[in-house]
Ligand binder design. Structure first.
Ligand code: BDR
Ligand code: CA
Length: 321
């Protein structure tokens, strides 16, 4: 079984990503590391604990990391994820999960000092990973692959933009995970990691949750499947607006589930088409934007995914929980 560590900021799509890993028979989740992002660090940590509790796997360690980006101020997204960061999970259980003394960056530094067989998945701002690398740059040699949900290499299919967040008056866009901590992203890209797989917004905005997916999850008809569908079908203001033209009915819960696509890539890479491209992280103007540049780092960029097979993986995992 492939071993995984997931660095996350739950977030509904992070929660689904974690559950996808927990229900899969092909991967084994070794630990979660948490960073402030979609919501403040404490909320994201609680939401990680709730997700592990829902799957009844309280033995999986959760390490708390950085509460803010390396340089910039943290921008949280209540308009997408709700006040708690995991709106819709109010009925989920919360088990008494042991608090880990090590910080997330220290854990990552220690684990990759001795192990070289654990794939790393990054579905949040890259702050924890950059801090771990700064503590000990040699760890990059022991990360067999880093799969990132972040960036936007080609225009995304909903609005034709290069991201989902804009911090300037000119309304130039970059993708959230990269834009929130561009300094960390740049450090990680240049860390010399053997293989970086990138799932950008241009791919994740093409694989949306909607009433049909909601129905097939509820058809599993377990308590967990209903609790997961309840969480996913609670749509924040921003997704309501972003995906309004794709709704088949007023209540169609169309939303993005970005981070689950990154975990699916680790579970079943064969359902994806990819292309090696040289990428740079823009550090002036629209900071954090991904740019194709011949002097950039060679990255395995995901170009498309077989949607049916992707949703089959999700259903299969939820059945197994
Ligand atoms: C990414 O940013 C976060 O808001 C989501 O959880 C996902 O990781 C999408 O841009
Ligand atoms: Ca995330």
């Amino acid at each position: 079984m492939k071993k995984l560590i997931i660095d996350c900021d739950p977030g509904q799509d992070d929660a689904l990503a974690i559950l996808l890993a927990l229900g899969s028979k092909k991967v084994c989740l070794e630990a979660l590391t948490v960073v402030g992002g979609n919501s403040g660090l404490e909320n994201c940590y609680t939401n990680a604990k709730k997700t592990i509790s829902l799957a009844n796997k309280p033995f999986i360690p959760i390490y708390k990391g950085s509460s803010k980006p390396l340089v910039q101020k943290l921008v949280t997204l209540e308009q997408v994820f709700g006040k708690s960061g995991l709106q819709g999970s109010e009925e989920w259980p919360l088990l008494d999960i042991q608090t880990q003394k090590k910080s997330a960056p220290k854990f990552l530094t220690d684990v990759y000092h001795t192990s070289s067989d654990i794939s790393l998945i990054a579905i949040a701002p890259q702050t924890n990973i950059a801090l771990a690398y700064q503590k000990n740059p040699l760890i990059s040699q022991n990360i067999p692959s880093l799969t990132i949900m972040g960036g936007c290499v080609f225009p995304e299919p909903i609005h034709g933009l290069m991201g989902n967040i804009s911090f300037d008056e000119n309304k130039t866009y970059a993708e959230y995970n990269f834009a929130v901590d561009p300094e960390a992203t740049q450090i990680v890209f240049n860390a010399g990691i053997k293989k970086i797989n990138l799932i950008g917004l241009d791919i994740t905005r093409d694989v949306l949750y909607n009433q049909e997916v909601d129905k097939s999850i509820r058809l599993i008809n377990t308590l967990k499947s209903h609790l997961i569908a309840d969480m996913l079908s609670t749509i924040g203001k921003e997704d309501e607006e972003d995906y309004k033209n794709l709704k088949q009915s007023k209540t169609d819960p169309v939303r993005a589930i970005h981070d689950a696509v990154a975990v699916a890539y680790e579970i079943e890479p064969d359902i994806f088409k990819t292309e090696m491209l040289p990428l740079k992280i823009n550090m002036t103007g629209t900071k954090g934007r991904t740019i194709i540049d011949e002097n950039g780092v060679m990255v395995n960029v995901i170009r498309s995914v077989n949607k049916k097979e992707f949703f089959d993986l999700i259903i299969e995992s939820i059945k197994n929980l």
